[in-house]
Structures are given as C-alpha cells and as structure tokens.
Ligand binder design. Structure first.
Ligand code: FPP
Length: 249
C-alpha cells in the first residue's frame, strides 16, 4: 500500500511538527520566465502562479502552518507595461471575489498590506469585502502585499508615531521597537520565521524589511508556478536543519 505521506496531504514524516515555521513569507518570483520558457504570454505565468498560491495556502492549512504572507505587487511593479499591471489588478480582484466563499469555508483570515489608496475602487472594494467576511476566521492568517514597499511602510509608521508625539499623546522617549512594530501594516502578526524566494534571485526586494530581521532565508531556483508541495517540503526540511541563534552564540 502506498504510504499516505506520498501524496503530501499530511505533514511528511521527515518533518518535525514541533519545529515548523509558524509564519512563512514568500517572494513569488519567476512567473514571467515560466511563461517564456513555454512560449506563453507573461500573463499565463501569473495565472498559473495564482493557482500555485492557492495550493500553498491549502498546504499551510494541512500541515499546521498558521501564517502565510506573500508579495503579490511591489511599489516598483507599477513600472511594468500597462497591459501587465491591468492584468494583475484584474486577477487580484477576481481572486478575492471568486475565492472568497472557499476562504470563508476554509477559515482563512485574509489581510492585505501595502498602500491601498492607489488601487482602483473596485479592487479596493473587493479587498474590503473579503477582509470583512474573513476577519473572525480562526484558520491560516493569509496576508497579501499589494502596492507594498518595506521602506514606505516604515516611513508611514514613523509619520503616524510623529503625529502622536506632535499631539502630545506620547513622548519621543516612548518610541521603541515594540511601538514601531505596532504601527506597521503587519502589527497583528508575529515576524516571519522563514522567507522563501523562488527563481533564484538573492534579494529581499523591499519586502518586510523590518519584519524579516531574524527570518531564515531560503532561495530556490524553482520558478514560482512550479513551487508545489514537494518544493515546499524541501524548503521546510532545509529550514529545520538550521540552528536559529537570533544573534546569540
Ligand atoms: C513575479 O514574477 C510575480 C508577480 C509580480 C505577481 C505575483 C502574483 C500572483 C502569483 C497572483 C497572486 C494572486 C493573489 C490574489 C495574491 P515575475 O513576473 O517578476 O516573473 P519574472 O521575474 O520571471 O519576470
């Protein structure tokens, strides 16, 4: 009989369930190259990438990983062709609408971080509806970064804190790491334990600059649309071989 773990629905037996990252962050890179390798338009890579993301979210649920944060659109991505930007925005909007019922039934708690004011009203509304509908869910905390930049997020946090100082609500000496973290978009989340970047680039690319301070970084050459359960399994095995020292001896 084939062991159940072969299908990777359950946590693979070579992973220690007590040493799993609680929060995994992902830079989903390589959609364009995946499409190009197959002679498809870039948009096909993004469509396929969205399916990969859905599978990973389900995998997090199956394997007991409580938070997943993904970089879907950076502040720099506005520099892509108008056709690609429009496609991505429409893809996000459709996904937030089409997948909402399943997110609700699967108990996914959706959060979207980044500067959402520049998004189209229809995408903004789709995000708002999906966030509201899932806010009391108790399952995987799924955070999508859209129009997100780590530096911009830190600047926004500093501006909010400076306003409080100006209004006399707090003193400058009250500002510490904890207060700053509370003003980031991710205030409600623990810092990621593991950052995965696909397609081989060795960069953080302005993603969660503050929050990734002590994350383990795993880079794979696998292109995002090909990052399946087996690839995630490999990343987690690699993570479990690390000795996290948090700067100590
Ligand atoms: C990077 O690949 C990928 C993106 C900029 C878009 C990622 C978006 C998705 C996977 C859809 C997710 C949907 C939701 C709702 C979160 P690239 O285009 O930079 O690839 P390349 O480096 O090979 O050109």
């Amino acid at each position: 009989m084939t062991p159940k773990t072969t299908s990777l629905i359950e946590l693979p037996t070579d992973l220690d369930c007590t040493q799993l990252p609680q929060h995994v962050a992902v830079i989903m890179d390589g959609n364009g190259r995946w499409a190009k390798q197959r002679g498809f338009p870039r948009m096909m890579g993004h469509k396929r990438g969205a399916q990969t993301l859905k599978d990973l979210l389900r995998c997090c649920k199956d394997w007991g990983i409580s938070a997943l944060t993904v970089y879907a659109f950076s502040t720099e991505n506005w520099g892509r062709s108008m056709e690609e930007v429009d496609f991505l925005m429409t893809l996000f909007e459709n996904l937030f609408q089409v997948e909402l019922a399943e997110m609700v039934s699967e108990q996914v708690k959706l959060e979207v971080v980044g500067n959402l004011v520049n998004l189209t009203p229809s995408l903004y509304n789709a995000i708002d509806r999906a966030k509201n509908a899932t806010q009391h869910n108790q399952g995987v905390r799924f955070t999508v970064a859209i129009n997100y930049g780590g530096r911009q997020e830190i600047v926004r946090a500093c501006q909010a804190i400076a306003t409080q100082v100006q209004e006399g609500l707090i003193k400058a000496s009250d500002i510490d790491e904890n207060l700053l973290a509370q003003h980031l978009d991710t205030a409600a989340l623990p810092d990621p334990d593991l950052l995965i970047r696909t397609s081989g680039e060795m960069r953080i690319s302005n993603f969660l600059l503050w929050q990734l301070a002590y994350a383990e970084i795993y880079v794979t050459d696998t292109l995002w649309p090909d990052f399946d359960r087996r690839a995630f399994h490999h990343a987690l095995l690699n993570y479990q071989q690390r000795h996290r020292r948090f700067g100590k001896a």
